[in-house]
Design a protein around this ligand. Structure first.
Ligand SMILES: [Ca+2]
Ligand SMILES: [Ca+2]
Ligand SMILES: [Ca+2]
Length: 373
């Protein structure tokens, strides 16, 4: 039994054969109890950040005096739920059997996995024995994940001024309903050396995924940026319905492809007015895909006073080198031109399969035969 200290007194009684001192008839000493309380800890309910984690600390037998129990409060190795200075002790009042260890959990705005808080009773053998030393409870995070965005399917290269490209913009969740495509296009998105011309919902009525169209203003690299939102009330703010802003910026750079060029090689200086003449059309590189020979034979060239009769690959498995045959209409000079392309959809436009345009115009004049004298 745990008891307060007591005083034991011995008093000499009168007897035979001795006299009891009048000065020191008795002696007293203090007796201390050697039974200390046994303490235990038990966890309360799971807690949530911003709330309180509670542990019940019990003592048996009932302590005779206030009993201070030393504790250590810890959390999981990756957790961030405890206050800077969690409590280090709890006092069970004299004659009480229980006290509550309360740990105030600060509320932050970080989205975190749920964690664990553990309270452990530290040994103090002079004051108490420990039965159950530690207990743990779950701490729930109360924050929503941040809103993020990503660009998908961004092309590696663009083909220069006026040749648009597109990519997919995807948010981690749907955005506030009032977001308009014009807000996204004109305020939230920015491009260097280009203009964002269109932001179109992938799914009608949903603001999570958008097809973005960008038109380069020059043959320079283009960088498209979607800036993080700091204030949901500003123009161009990107926020969820419950007011969480876009947490990080996203950006992508689309390099300018080297321009595709063409030249005429071994163009004859003159023709004889009757038969065909031939020359080589040589592109600056062997671009991927398959350029149709009919495009070069029937549509691509502008020929004055003549016509292209044949367009054939110098070697079959490449697009770079072509033999072109032109038949003059007469004895007049013939002008052959392969025009630069500004719109790959235009008839006769020479573009690669990837949509890269011929960037230069090539022209040559082949003189007719001298007049008979
Ligand atoms: Ca936290
Ligand atoms: Ca919070
Ligand atoms: Ca949190």
């Amino acid at each position: 039994m745990d008891e307060r200290k007591g005083i034991l007194t011995a008093t000499l009684m009168d007897g035979t054969g001795y006299a009891v001192s009048k000065t020191f008839p008795d002696a007293a000493f203090i007796a201390r109890d050697n039974d200390v309380p046994v303490v235990s800890i038990a966890a309360g309910e799971a807690a949530t950040e911003g709330g309180t984690a509670e542990f019940a600390i019990t003592a048996a037998p009932v302590p005779a005096a206030d009993l201070e129990v030393s504790v250590s409060v810890t959390q999981g190795p990756d957790d961030d739920f405890l206050p800077d200075a969690p409590p280090t002790s709890v006092t069970i009042a004299a004659a009480a059997t229980e006290a509550t260890l309360s740990v105030e959990l600060p509320d932050d705005s970080a989205d975190e996995p749920d964690g664990v808080v553990t309270a452990t009773i530290l040994a103090h053998p002079d004051s108490y024995e420990v039965a159950t030393a530690s207990a743990s409870l779950t701490v729930h995070d109360n924050d929503q994940p941040p809103l993020t965005a990503a660009f998908h399917d961004v092309p590696a290269e663009h083909w220069g001024k006026g040749f648009e490209f597109g990519f997919l913009l995807e948010f981690s969740e749907d955005l506030a309903r009032e977001l308009s495509s014009a807000t996204l296009r004109d305020h939230a998105l920015a491009a260097t050396n280009a203009t964002v011309t269109r932001a179109a919902r992938v799914v009608k009525g949903e603001n999570r995924r958008w097809m973005i169209t960008v038109v380069p203003e020059s043959g320079a690299d283009v960088t498209v940026t979607l800036a993080a939102t700091t204030d949901c009330s500003t123009a161009g703010a990107l926020c969820t319905e419950d007011g969480r802003p876009l947490s990080g910026s996203v950006s992508a750079t689309v390099a300018a492809a080297p321009p595709l060029k063409a030249e005429f090689v071994d163009m004859p200086k003159s023709h004889d007015g009757t038969g065909v003449f031939e020359f080589e059309l040589r592109f600056s590189e062997d671009f991927p895909g398959r350029l149709p020979y009919t495009l070069l034979r029937d549509e691509a060239f502008r020929v004055e006073r003549g016509a292209v009769r044949k367009a054939g690959r110098v070697d079959q498995d490449q697009n770079q080198r072509w033999t072109i045959a032109v038949r003059p209409d007469s004895h007049e000079d013939v002008t052959v031109e392969l025009p630069a392309v500004t719109d790959c959809d235009a008839p006769g436009a020479v573009c690669t399969e990837a949509g890269r345009p011929l960037s230069n115009t090539v022209t040559a004049t082949v003189e007719g035969p001298p007049p008979l004298t």
